[in-house]
Design a protein around this ligand. Structure first.
Ligand code: PLP
Length: 428
């Protein structure tokens, strides 16, 4: 791809000692600058978050928790971790928080260890219905160590069917009910999920990895009051650096959760990442973040509306969070070719199974898109309509074989949007 922006990303030490890596980072900067990122799990961490992350905090071992470390020299580490904890508690109205999970999957690994014994029955949303690998996929530790009884969505509505879920829970009597998703375009009824869990004495764990930022910004109901335990990532809608976190409204689970995380499943905490989490939570506590979270949802609805106006079918008929799934079956297309042509036109999305998909999960019948990243770039509803038009034009180019001419035209429009809404890093 031709260079479109001057690359003045300066690395004083890295350029001298390892220009190869420095230049690869520049290449990735160039790619992110010149493409529209519609993968709903991706976002743009702020310059402040990136600065906290790239620091000498990575030099320090701090196994244990604030005030209870196994290493000397942790006075500053204690303050950083406590600050991150206090901000997270305020942000989510939680009494318990653990900010040490390296990522979302590690948070979930600790939950299984704290709540279940190997072989216990667990109900989690099926990957094909929008669940996450760690909710019981046979390819994941969760599916190998525990007896998983997956639940799906209703074939007609493509929504979680709570009556069916209640019946299944009564039959299975799981130790743990996992709620949350990676590819479900609707809100969940947390109070109803808690009722179901309580009726069979199960522990309700809600994994809000995808929608935590919407919760933080008051653009989505919080799962914290109704769940026994909540897990999340910090890099998705919450817009921090890569990381995980565990929360709970009360402190009952503190001991088993803390010890399941360390020493149960992790070693030393990534203190540079915890500092970045503190910065991320500080940003999310500001009033501007509420505007951001609302704009993410408004933009998703505008995107969904336009895609549907232009004749596409979205699963469940739309979205009320930050993501949506296009059903490619009416167009006779599959996910992989769509992702590939979109890449060539400067739009990044991902192929995804849709409910009751008969195609292989390696080349499924859906694509998933979302608005967290382009909203961080400052795009509003007018731009989102342009983005939707680009996506539909690409799909039409593929299904009608209009070919390279329309591809080039879409590329020009995506590049123009990227230039008008640059990354928030000010390197240009
Ligand atoms: C993304 C995600 C995770 C895992 O996060 P990683 O940081 O990639 O380990 C866990 N649960 C859900 C629901 C997710 O969407």
């Amino acid at each position: 791809m031709a260079s479109t922006q001057p690359l003045t990303l300066s690395f004083s030490a890295l350029d001298r000692s390892d220009p190869k890596v420095a230049n690869l980072i520049r290449q990735e900067y160039e790619r992110q600058s010149t493409t529209l990122e519609l993968i709903p799990s991706e976002n743009l961490a702020s310059p402040a978050v990136l600065e906290a992350l790239g620091t000498l905090l990575t030099n320090k071992y701090a196994e244990g928790y604030p005030g209870r470390r196994y290493y000397g020299g942790c006075e500053v580490m204690d303050q950083i971790e406590t600050l991150a904890q206090e901000r997270a508690k305020e942000l989510f109205g939680a009494e318990y928080v653990n900010v040490q999970p390296h990522a979302g999957s590690q948070a979930n690994a600790a939950i299984y260890q704290a709540v279940c014994k190997p072989g216990d029955r667990v109900m989690g949303m099926d990957l094909a219905a929008g669940g996450h690998l760690t909710h019981g996929s046979p390819a994941n530790f969760s599916g190998k160590l525990y007896q998983i009884h997956p639940y799906g969505v209703n074939r007609e509505t493509e929504l979680v069917d709570y009556e069916q879920l209640q019946r299944q829970a009564e039959e299975v009597r799981p130790r743990m009910l996992m709620a949350g998703y990676s590819a479900y375009p609707r809100r969940l009824d947390f109070a109803r999920l808690r009722q179901i869990a309580d009726s069979v004495d199960a522990v309700l764990v809600t994994d809000m990895a995808h929608f935590a930022g919407l919760v933080a910004g008051d653009a989505h109901p919080s799962p914290v009051p109704d769940s026994h335990i909540v897990t999340t990532t910090t890099q998705k809608t919450l817009r921090g650096a890569w990381g995980g976190m565990i929360l709970a409204a009360g402190a009952e689970w503190q001991k088993p959760l803390d010890s399941a995380l360390f020493p149960g499943t992790q070693g030393g905490p990534l203190m540079h990442a915890i500092a970045a989490k503190a910065v991320c939570f500080g940003e999310a506590l500001k009033p501007e973040f509420k505007q951001y979270a609302k704009a993410v949802v408004d933009n998703a609805q505008a995107l969904a509306r336009r895609l549907q106006e232009r004749g596409l079918r979205l699963t469940t008929g739309g979205t009320d969070n930050h993501l949506m799934l296009i059903d490619l079956r009416p167009l006779g297309l599959k996910g992989r070719s769509v992702v590939e042509i979109a890449d060539r036109a400067g739009i990044t999305l991902n192929a995804n199974s849709i409910p009751y998909d008969e195609a292989s999960k390696f080349n499924p019948s859906g694509v998933r898109l979302g608005t967290p990243n382009i909203t961080t770039r400052g795009m509003g509803e007018a731009q989102v309509v342009e983005v939707a038009d680009c996506v539909v034009d690409l799909l039409e180019a593929l299904s009608e074989e209009k070919g390279p001419a329309s591809l080039a035209a879409v590329r020009e429009r995506t590049l123009d949007l990227c230039r008008r809404f640059p990354l928030p890093y000010g390197f240009e």
